[in-house]
Design a protein around this ligand. Structure first.
Ligand code: GUN
Length: 292
């Protein structure tokens, strides 16, 4: 069994990005600039955004964090999005999700200029991704592809099972794993209403778990020699931890790991790669690589 070290891989990629930024700036080019909108004080979102700002520093990017109270109206938030669309210094930006209930996330996502949508959530980017055109690819599936590539895990012709059908992970992951230019695999998507879910999973060469249910994937669901990618990051109460919780994956790691050829841990697997791929998308935005 080989552990896939997402933390080390992400650090290496950030160093690669920082080196490229240094060259761009030394040649008189513009330092990439990522802006983030954070609404309210959700603990998870605060942590994610803080880590995104830190990652920008590590990569040599300029970053701007715009914070608003959760009383902000949808109209006001849409106006803030429009300001960032118009700001020529901002190469890309994100609106951290989830948003308060009185604001339509879909409306906000669709208000973002797709050329600055480094999260890859806008329907234009999602649609272009689905038909294999250049676009911003959402960070978690992009990070998983990068891990599979860097660990030289063969995907072409393999059976891949994606557990979960969210817009952010499950759906784009399945799309990318089936495409010739990315995974080139035979893909099955399983979800909460799937029949024979255990049997499907146990036939997978590559199992990608993204259902947000701690320890859902048990040893009897995993084929001997499979690659298991754990996207789960549920906060589980844990009195032994300083902050009172720990991050728990979707995979029962201790019993599943011995059966795998490769497995990602939680934390330190997919998580660090997600932010790193946001940095890659921001670098591409700065270089006007995808939408000149
Ligand atoms: N909330 C959870 N994951 C993400 C993400 O990748 N981007 C944004 N904007 N919000 C999120």
């Amino acid at each position: 069994m080989k552990l896939i070290d997402g933390k080390a891989t992400a650090a290496q990629i950030k160093a690669e990005i920082a080196e490229e930024v240094q060259k761009i700036v030394a040649a008189g080019g513009k330092r990439p600039h990522l802006a983030a909108i954070l609404v309210g004080h959700d603990g998870g979102s605060e942590t994610y955004v803080k880590n995104k700002v830190l990652a920008c520093e590590a990569c040599g990017f300029k970053s701007t964090l715009l914070r608003f109270e959760e009383t902000i109206s949808e109209k006001e938030l849409l106006a803030e999005v429009e300001k960032l669309n118009q700001d020529e210094d901002v190469d890309g930006f994100i609106v951290q999700l989830p948003l308060p209930k009185h604001i339509s996330e879909q409306k906000v996502i669709e208000a973002i200029d797709y050329k600055k949508d480094v999260d890859g959530f806008h329907p234009i980017n999602v649609g272009r991704m689905a038909i294999g055109l250049p676009c911003y690819i959402s960070a978690t599936p992009k990070g998983i592809l990068e891990l599979l590539k860097r660990y030289q895990i063969e995907t072409s012709g393999k059976k891949c099972v994606v557990l979960g059908r969210s817009n952010i992970v499950g759906k784009p992951m399945a799309q990318l794993m089936m495409q010739k230019q990315y995974g080139d695999a035979t893909v099955t998507v399983c979800h909460s209403h799937s029949l024979n879910l255990k049997k499907e999973c146990s036939e997978a060469d590559i199992l990608i778990a993204a259902i947000g249910q701690p320890d859902f994937v048990t040893a009897d669901m995993v084929k001997e020699g499979a690659t298991v990618i754990d996207v789960g990051t549920t906060r589980v109460p844990d009195k032994t931890r300083k902050n009172g919780f720990r991050l728990n994956g979707d995979v029962k790691f201790d019993e599943v790991a011995p059966k795998c050829s490769f497995i990602t841990p939680v934390p330190g697997g997919v998580g660090p790669m997600t932010i790193c791929m946001l940095m890659k998308n921001t670098l591409a935005a700065g270089k006007k690589e995808i939408y000149p």
